[in-house]
Write a protein that binds this ligand. Sequence first.
Ligand code: MN
Length: 207
Amino acid sequence: MAHKLPALPFSYDALEPYIDAATMELHHDKHHAAYVDNLNKVLEPYPHLAERPLEDVLSHLDHVPETIRTAVRSFGGGHANHQLFWETLAPNEFRPPRGAIAAAIARDFDSFERFQSLFSGAATTHFGSGWVFLVVRPSTGRLEIVPLPNQDSVLGRGTPPLLACDVWEHAYYLKYANRRPEYLAAWWNVVAWDVVDERLRDVVAGT
Ligand code: MN
């Protein structure tokens, strides 16, 4: 069964004015689609890998033949990371997190403002292309900010992701040119905190 590009959970212009429709269309229909297409092409000669859930494959890259390992890491990671990115965005006016996620952020980062500043700092200073994730360590329930280069997957590291921020230039260049901090300031307005909260509750509940 080939991997599929998931439909965007909202229209291209739903995140305006923070993320523009042209960027969303290009980002989803071209960039994310290319990761899925390339992943399927690379896995085609390996049906036993193509049939496995992507998270399993990315969790055990050492089981992937060396000749396709780098490609699977990039295209598979790109597919998984973008899927998470769309899922944790929402066309809502900014409101601070509520519920379990709000309590966990206050406990682990002192305040939401300090968390935002640490996360934005990691995203601003991340050199080149990559991602910044908020993850949770299941054994302790503690939250951690994890930057990763290129399309390295956040899956299979033992710390389930709650939130993803794409800092590749293709995520913001059309509207913000090289001004990554402006994109980040806008991105906070469209974070789906209710989804992030639900993801945290699922991990804590052990599902
Ligand atoms: Mn991207």
